[in-house]
Design a protein. Structure first.
Length: 149
């Protein structure tokens, strides 16, 4: 589900205008981003927790050569699903009921263009079908080169 589909589903479920829902969703993303940037976590009970995770610089090893490699310090966003979301995802809790209009509709496969019809050859001039070549037998497994002494 992409952003447009999410906005449409929320608008249908809450019976709100799609533009208003989109504005609220954009506001949510902005506020969460600004709050995380300050270093404060954002927890939405039953849904997810958003927070920054800082990892210090460290020494690691190249697995191919065993050579030590310096890894820079980094800051990443961690999103942790909370119990309510985990329970719904694993089936431990029932999924919330949505309005029929809010349920995401499955997209139908795009219609393929029909290939232009070829003219059929007259039956008298049609070549006879070729006989299929017989299938080859599978190769016998190779014998072991030498036995261990």
């Amino acid at each position: 589900m992409n952003r447009r589909e999410l906005v449409a589903a929320i608008a249908a479920h809450t019976e709100q205008d799609a533009k208003a829902v989109d504005a609220v969703l954009r506001g949510f993303v902005d506020v969460v981003g600004a709050t995380i940037k300050k270093g404060d976590p954002v927890a939405i009970s039953g849904f997810a927790k958003f927070q920054l995770r800082k990892s210090p610089a460290r020494m690691a090893r190249n697995p191919a050569t065993g050579e030590p490699v310096k890894v820079k310090a980094s800051t990443k966003v961690r999103i942790t699903p909370l119990k309510g979301l985990k329970d719904v995802a694993t089936g431990a809790a029932p999924a919330p009921k949505l309005n029929k209009a809010a349920a995401p509709a499955k997209k139908a496969a795009p219609a393929k263009k029909a290939a232009p019809a070829k003219k059929a050859a007259p039956a008298a001039k049609a070549a006879p079908a070729k006989k299929a070549a017989p299938a080859k037998k599978a190769a016998a497994p190779a014998k072991k080169a030498a036995k261990k002494a």
